[in-house]
Write a protein that binds this ligand. Structure first.
Ligand code: AGP
Length: 608
């Protein structure tokens, strides 16, 4: 949702900003705009719809300038129209501002500003901010922004410029991310590293209630209450190439193929074979409290929620903890029974999902120890949890989570081994999981090498209007995840079901035109899943079976088979999800869908 890019340097700002917005397109938006500064009055362009519409305008106008700000807006207050698109300007047109987040007290502020004679041109909450800056401006933009923000309630990530000092950008955050990129003789600010990565690998994450002043190649930070902040740039994970698509036609496919490395990164330095245990440095500071833990509640949304469901089975198998998994959007409104030995684990790729953040804040308020499993370094969830683990999957741009999911599952298994070994999990049991984990990257490579077979199946089935995905135990969450992938990318209605639930309703749907993907690895649940497959076949439903190598028995029971390598029972889901991701991807491509920018979706859901 909403994206910000700001640039000051010596290059053509229009080109840098449009390119930056393109890299933020995956976040979801419905209008875009940019302001470019030089020594004259600022150039401003806005357009409804795709960044390409804005680009066309900027190309025609050819504005000169080496600094500016740009934005993609996902409408909240006011429709997606040109006047509502950012940047918003003050009454003089010399101050321009872009904003992510929501200003909760914008109505009383607007009333006050209108009474003072300010003229508004949009229906947005954002516009009050630029008029507040105007009211406070006395020659120093940074001081004016600081003063204005102290009156604002709600969340913001902003970038502001003033025509009086065109090479200076002021950026600030509270609850909505801003990251600075510092290059040689140029500086950038953005809501997401994806917009910076091609320019520099030196990044600085702003924290809540901080304000930054950027000039070419330089930056300084202080808090909104005026304390100087000394922070050095850090090296961007994955380097400058991290946000490049390379030879892949879509980011989603690239990220599916990056899973072997993502799992390797999740495991790097985290296996202690001599003790059959995992090493997770991020949990060391709270390890004493973890030893006392009896009750684990996992909160998350979407794909991250399915990772949590998977974790429930794994933690129950490897530890003595009682585990609950809850959708963050539900958890935040429940009456919680948090006890002294309750631990809450928030799982999030982006680290910015509003519901997950609200859930963890609620759990903290109630006294729980709150942990995070997050991919984006420095994100809000990563900073607000008491302790946690980064998944190190690298930048994920495709809206559909793929490599972040397999990384999450990997880390969750490591966490379960760590906690299990301090309870009654034996060295042999722990070590067996660790050894199997190490084989995963190569096994995923093997599955990816067979992608053409999955494409053939997509070709055969992609015109079906509905799909059912079934699985049991560790594979139940994978059935849900496979169905979600197909829905969000290929726009095919799909339901994920616990295989044992079939006869309680969904079996009524089965017909020759209603295919089922059945997850049937040879594990403890195999015979039960086979019984469910037979029930479907008896009603003439086509079945694609996903099973482990060498299981020739399944071939006669289903229409088509996809095989994945055998692994530890707990880890097979990390393998069987890969063909499901590929299947959704190829179905989407064959149906002409916009894989990296699926309709109505945003990569990071920062509103409730
Ligand atoms: C998955 O493909 C989705 N795009 C979505 O369900 C996502 O997993 C969810 O919005 C949670 O995001 P998070 O992991 O960044 O918190």
């Amino acid at each position: 949702m909403c994206g910000i890019v700001a640039y000051t340097g010596s290059r053509n700002a229009g080109e840098v900003l449009i390119e930056g917005l393109r890299r933020l397109e995956y976040r979801g938006y419905d209008s875009a705009g940019a302001a470019i500064l030089n020594s004259g009055p600022p150039y401003v362009a806005r357009a409804v719809g795709k960044v390409a519409n804005l680009e066309r305008r900027v190309r025609e106008d050819k504005p000169l300038g080496t600094a500016g700000i740009a934005h993609t807006r996902w409408a909240t207050h006011g429709k997606p129209t040109e006047p509502n698109a950012h940047p918003h300007a003050d009454c003089t047109g010399r101050i321009l501002l872009v904003h992510n987040g929501i200003i909760e007290n914008y109505q009383p502020l607007k009333k006050k500003l209108l009474a003072l004679g300010h003229v508004f041109h949009s229906e947005t909450d954002t516009e009050v901010l630029v008029h507040l800056v105007e009211s406070a401006y006395a020659g120093d933009l940074e001081a004016a922004v600081q003063k204005a923000l102290l009156q604002a309630q709600g969340t913001f990530g902003i970038a502001v410029v003033h025509a009086d000092n065109p090479a200076r950008i002021v950026a600030a955050r509270r609850g909505s991310p801003i990251v600075l990129g510092i290059g040689k003789d140029e500086s950038l600010a953005a809501s997401d590293v994806a917009a910076l990565a091609q320019h520099t690998d030196q990044v600085v994450y702003l924290e809540d209630n901080e304000i930054a002043c950027l000039e070419p190649g330089q930056f300084r930070i202080k808090t909104l209450d005026n304390r100087a902040v000394d922070r050095e740039p850090t090296l961007l994970e994955g380097g400058r190439e991290a946000a490049e698509r390379g030879d892949f036609p879509h980011y989603m496919l690239k990220e599916i193929f990056e899973q072997p490395e993502a799992v390797e990164n999740a495991l790097r330095g985290r296996l202690n074979h001599s003790e059959g245990v995992a090493k997770l440095g991020g949990l060391e500071s709270v390890f004493d409290r973890l030893l006392q833990a009896r009750h684990l509640i996992i909160v998350s949304c979407g794909t991250s929620y399915y990772a949590g469901l998977f974790a429930r089975y794994v933690f129950e198998a490897l530890t003595d903890l009682t585990v609950e998994t809850e959708l963050a959007s539900e958890f935040r409104y429940r009456k919680l029974n948090i006890r002294q030995n309750t631990v809450v684990l928030a799982i999030s790729q982006s680290g910015e999902t509003a519901d997950t953040l609200a859930a963890l804040r609620e759990a903290k308020r109630k006294g729980a120890l709150v942990l995070g499993l997050v991919n984006v370094v420095g994100s809000t969830i990563a900073r607000e949890t008491h302790a946690g683990v980064y998944s190190h999957a690298g930048i994920e741009i495709g809206v559909a989570s793929t490599k972040s999911f397999t990384s999450q599952l990997t880390i969750l298994v490591l966490m379960a081994v760590l906690l299990g070994r301090s309870r009654d999990l034996s060295y042999e049991q722990g070590e067996r999981v660790l050894r199997a984990l190490e084989l995963l990257p190569e096994q995923i490579r093997e599955i990816l090498a067979g992608a053409a077979r999955v494409r053939e199946l997509a070709d055969k089935y992609c015109q079906a209007g509905h799909f059912l995905y079934i699985g049991r135990k560790y594979h139940y969450p994978i059935a849900l995840e496979g169905a979600l992938k197909l829905k969000e990318i290929a726009y095919i209605h799909a339901e994920g079901y616990a295989a044992g639930e079939m006869k309680h309703g969904p079996i009524a749907l089965i017909s020759p035109t209603f295919p089922t993907i059945a997850l049937a690895p040879e594990d403890g649940s195999y015979e039960k899943v086979i019984a469910n497959i037979q029930e479907i076949r008896a009603r003439e439903g086509p079945v694609i079976g996903v099973t482990t190598h060498g299981n020739s028995r399944l071939h006669s029971q289903v229409d088509d088979v996809i095989e994945v390598p055998s692994s530890h029972e707990i880890l097979t889901p990390l393998l069987s999800v890969v063909p499901l991701q590929l299947f959704a991807y190829y179905c989407a491509v064959l149906r002409g869908c916009d894989v990296d920018r699926p309709r109505n979706l945003a990569k990071s859901v920062t509103v409730e």
